[in-house]
Ligand binder design. Structure first.
Ligand SMILES: Nc1ncnc2c1ncn2[C@@H]1O[C@H](COP(=O)(O)OP(=O)(O)OP(=O)(O)O)[C@@H](O)[C@H]1O
Ligand SMILES: [Mg+2]
Length: 472
């Protein structure tokens, strides 16, 4: 017992050290040493292995002869969640569900477990963050199906593992991986070493006992916290729950999936009775759009294999601030910077002395290059103060913009177009129409009389002026 059971390993160069250092003595990187349990038995055999091979040689088998029993997936009864998982949970798999605090992780897993129990599967909810009574209060809100879920409130990893082995549930949820504590490591729960140890040991149980384990993990806005990020390579499937707490819509995405397609997404709405699937999200977003307002364009985007219509809104306002503000909500800031630069250089739209705000309505996040054209059109419309949509038909668009101002084709144009026509959107601008540049697309978007946008006439209220000192 006198010997230390842990050591510190540099995550950059692999240097091992008995003590923690702020700076790795091996590679001199800062903050890379992580506490890990010493793998005693493996260390001994590893040494012996390097001196001379003592392992038993195996005979490789052609893949066609490998036995792969078809295991039925465990359907959670939440259609969008099952779709994102690739058809349901795979027995014995380890799924990481990450999301910022308060987004609804506990809510969705409680509903899923309730449905699984109702479907005849055994389940276990390990709550480390909330007491059993608190989880019960949430379950009451979700309805009677959720109240049948068996729960233990525990944070000691050994106790949790013993409980899983004794109960042998089909599915176990650990809420959250950051609060479980592995005895033997000195690091606080949630530290990189602890989280890796906890996930590693849970994975062994998942694989050996055939229990599907869902690890809930918090991520900060920057995805920083020592949790989910360090686990991504370890688990079979990484789901990310996104959205803003204040908005009702949330998207669930698969960032990694060993058993299905990634980039699938499901849309949910937070209501009194829990997270409700929004099956026809396009219908909602199109109905809520404001086509007659300047700066509004419908984007025909793809969420994995599914088309989704969302409204992109832009606001361009003169400012004294240097540099002016560039705010992006639901799209990548770098993407916005690129579109603005192309608009300035290749479409003659100068927004150098205006604040630009771009937002995807409903709190949805769009991360695909096909969004460029809709963003550009929305900004041009906002800068001109001229709406692009007509009385009853909003303008829709999709397409990527290249650095030289050319329009590029994006994947699945047919699915995007059929989704648009399903919702009665008649005017859809896209590269397939023969529009080869951003200038041509803007011309087609505005009425033929308003060519000034393409020709670079000064925009109302946002003429270029030399930058002056920052006020006050
Ligand atoms: N009665 C209600 N009606 C609508 N929404 C509610 C209601 N009660 C709670 N919520 C929403 O549920 C969210 C909390 O859900 P949940 O506890 O599942 O989130 P979580 O991601 O597990 O959070 P944490 O990070 O604290 O574990 C709240 O942010 C709130 O938006
Ligand atoms: Mg929670």
């Amino acid at each position: 017992m006198a010997r230390a059971t842990t050591h510190h390993v540099c995550s950059a160069c692999g240097h091992e050290s008995a003590k923690w250092h702020g700076r790795c003595p091996g590679c001199e990187e800062w903050g890379t040493l992580v506490e890990e349990a010493k793998p005693v038995a493996q260390a001994v055999s590893g040494r012996a292995g390097s001196a001379g091979s003592r392992g038993r040689a195996l005979t490789p088998t052609p893949l066609a002869q490998v036995e792969a029993p078809q295991v039925a997936r465990l359907r959670t009864g939440i259609g969008e969640l099952d779709r994102v998982l690739g058809g349901g949970l795979v027995p014995g798999s380890l799924v990481l569900l990450g999301g910022s605090p308060g987004i609804g992780k506990s809510t969705i897993v409680t509903s899923a477990l309730g449905n699984l129990v109702a479907g005849g599967h055994s389940a276990l909810y390990v709550s480390g963050e909330e007491s059993a009574a608190q989880v019960r209060l949430r379950a009451e809100r979700l309805g009677p199906a959720a109240l049948v879920v068996p729960i233990v409130a525990e944070t000691d990893l050994d106790v949790v593992l013993a409980t899983i082995e004794a109960e042998r549930p089909d599915v176990c949820v650990v809420d959250s991986v950051q609060v479980l504590h592995a005895a033997g490591l000195t690091g606080a729960p949630g530290s990189v070493g602890q989280v890796r140890e906890v996930a590693g040991r849970l994975m062994r149980v998942a694989k050996t006992q055939g229990v599907a384990i869902v690890l809930v993990g918090h991520v900060t806005k920057e995805g920083a916290l020592a949790g989910p990020r360090v686990l991504e390579h370890l688990v079979d499937c990484v789901l990310s729950f996104e959205g803003e707490r204040e908005r009702t819509y949330r998207t669930l995405r698969a960032l990694k999936n060993r058993f299905g397609s990634t980039n699938e997404a499901g849309v949910f709405e937070m209501r009194d009775e829990g997270l409700v699937e929004v099956e026809d999200a396009s219908a909602r977003f199109v109905a809520e759009a404001t086509p007659r307002a300047p700066g509004s364009v419908i984007l025909c985007s793809m969420e994995g294999s599914r088309p989704l219509l969302v409204e992109v809104q832009a606001l361009v306002a003169p400012t004294e601030l240097v540099p002016p503000r560039r705010m992006a909500n639901g799209i990548d800031r770098n993407r916005l910077a690129l579109v603005l630069a192309v608009l300035t250089r290749h479409a003659g739209i100068s927004i150098g002395s205006a604040d630009v705000f771009v937002s995807v309505a409903g709190g949805v996040r769009v991360d695909e290059p096909g969004a460029d054209l809709a963003i550009a059109l929305a900004i041009a419309s906002a800068a001109k103060g001229i709406p692009l949509g007509s009385q009853d038909s909003p303008l829709a668009a999709f397409g990527e913009i290249g650095l030289t101002g050319e329009l590029r084709h994006v994947a699945h144009p047919d699915r995007r177009l059929s989704e648009a026509s399903k919702f009665g959107l008649e005017r859809v601008l896209h590269p397939g129409l023969g529009l080869s540049t951003i200038g041509a697309a803007l011309e087609a978007g505005f009425d033929p009389g308003q060519r000034s946008v393409r020709n670079g006439a000064p925009l109302a209220g946002v003429e270029s002026r030399p930058h002056t000192a920052i006020p006050h």
